[in-house]
Ligand binder design. Structure first.
Ligand SMILES: O=C(O)C(=O)C[C@]1(C(=O)O)C=C[C@@H](O)C=C1
Length: 254
C-alpha cells in the first residue's frame, strides 16, 4: 500500500521550481562546454537511451523512482497509477499518481533543439592525444541534465493537485467533460511564466560570467550560446510542465 502524501501550497511549489533553476543552468553550462560526438544522438538518440537504460536500472534499485519522489525514468516501466475507491479516497490536496510521463517530449526536445547548441570545439578534459571527444563524460552530463529537466517538469503533477484543491468545482466540471483546452486555460499563468524566464536569463548570465571570471576553457560564443539555449530550454520546460499538469488533472478522478 502507498502512503498518503499531501502536496504543498502553490507559493511553496513555485519556490521549489525556482530552486531547480540554478542546478539546471549549472549542468547546462558544464554540458555546453564539452565537445560533442553528434552520432550519440542519431537514430532517435539510440546511444543516449541505451546509456540511460543502464543507469536507470541501478537508479530504480535504489528507489529513485518510488512513489511520491516525483522522479520518472526515461527507459524503465512507469509506476502504476492510483485508483480512487470509497475505501481509499483521494481528497483534494492528496497526491494522485497518473499514468502520463513527459519524458518522451523531453528527449525529443533535448535531441532536436538542445543538442545543436552543444557545438563547443574545445573541451575542459585534457587528453595527451589531443582528442576532445569524451563520450562517457558527455553522456553522464546528459543523464544528469535530463533527470533534472524531468524532475522539474513532473513537479507539474503537484502544481496541478494544489490548483485542483483551490478550485475543486471549476476543475471537476472540466475533468468530467475531459476538456483539455479548458483545463489549459485554467492552469496557465503568463505572469508567472515571465518570472520563470527572467530568473533563467539571470542564472545563465551569472553562470557564464562565473566561468569566464574563473578562467575556464570556453569557446568565443559561449555566453551567447548559453543564453540562447537557456531561453529555449525554459520556454519548453514551461510547456511540458503545463502538459503534465493537464494530463494529471484529466486523470484526477480515476
Ligand atoms: O506556477 C504555476 O502556476 C505553474 O503552473 C508552473 C508553470 C511553470 O512551468 O513554471 C507552468 C505553467 C504556468 O503558466 C506558469 C508556470
Amino acid at each position: 500500500t502507498r502512503p498518503v502524501l499531501t502536496v504543498p501550497g502553490l507559493v511553496q511549489i513555485r519556490d521549489i521550481l525556482a530552486q531547480l533553476e540554478a542546478p539546471i543552468v549549472s549542468t547546462l553550462t558544464e554540458r555546453i562546454n564539452l565537445a560533442t560526438n553528434h552520432s550519440l544522438y542519431a537514430n532517435g538518440g539510440q546511444e543516449l537511451l541505451s546509456f540511460l537504460k543502464q543507469r536507470e536500472v541501478v537508479s530504480a534499485a535504489s528507489g529513485r523512482y518510488d512513489y511520491g519522489k516525483l522522479e520518472y525514468p526515461f527507459t524503465q516501466p512507469l509506476i502504476a497509477p492510483d485508483i480512487s475507491t470509497p475505501s481509499n479516497p483521494f481528497p483534494p490536496g492528496r497526491f494522485h499518481q497518473d499514468s502520463f510521463s513527459g519524458n518522451g517530449n523531453i528527449t525529443a526536445f533535448y535531441i532536436d533543439t538542445l543538442v545543436p547548441f552543444f557545438s563547443s570545439p574545445t573541451s575542459y578534459y585534457y587528453h595527451l592525444d589531443n582528442s576532445t571527444i569524451d563520450d562517457d563524460a558527455v553522456l553522464n552530463l546528459d543523464a544528469t541534465l535530463l533527470a533534472l529537466l524531468s524532475h522539474r517538469a513532473h513537479i507539474g503533477k503537484i502544481v496541478a493537485e494544489t490548483k485542483y484543491e483551490s478550485n475543486v468545482t471549476g476543475f471537476t466540471t472540466l475533468i468530467e467533460a475531459q476538456d483539455s483546452a479548458g483545463t489549459r486555460v485554467l492552469v496557465t499563468n503568463t505572469t508567472q511564466e515571465a518570472g520563470v524566464s527572467s530568473q533563467a536569463f539571470t542564472a545563465a548570465a551569472a553562470f557564464s560570467d562565473a566561468w569566464l571570471d574563473a578562467g575556464a576553457l570556453v569557446s568565443n560564443d559561449f555566453a551567447s550560446n548559453l543564453q540562447n539555449a537557456t531561453a529555449k530550454l525554459f520556454r519548453e520546460l514551461i510547456d511540458i510542465t503545463t502538459e503534465i499538469e493537464i494530463q494529471y488533472l484529466l486523470q484526477r478522478l480515476n
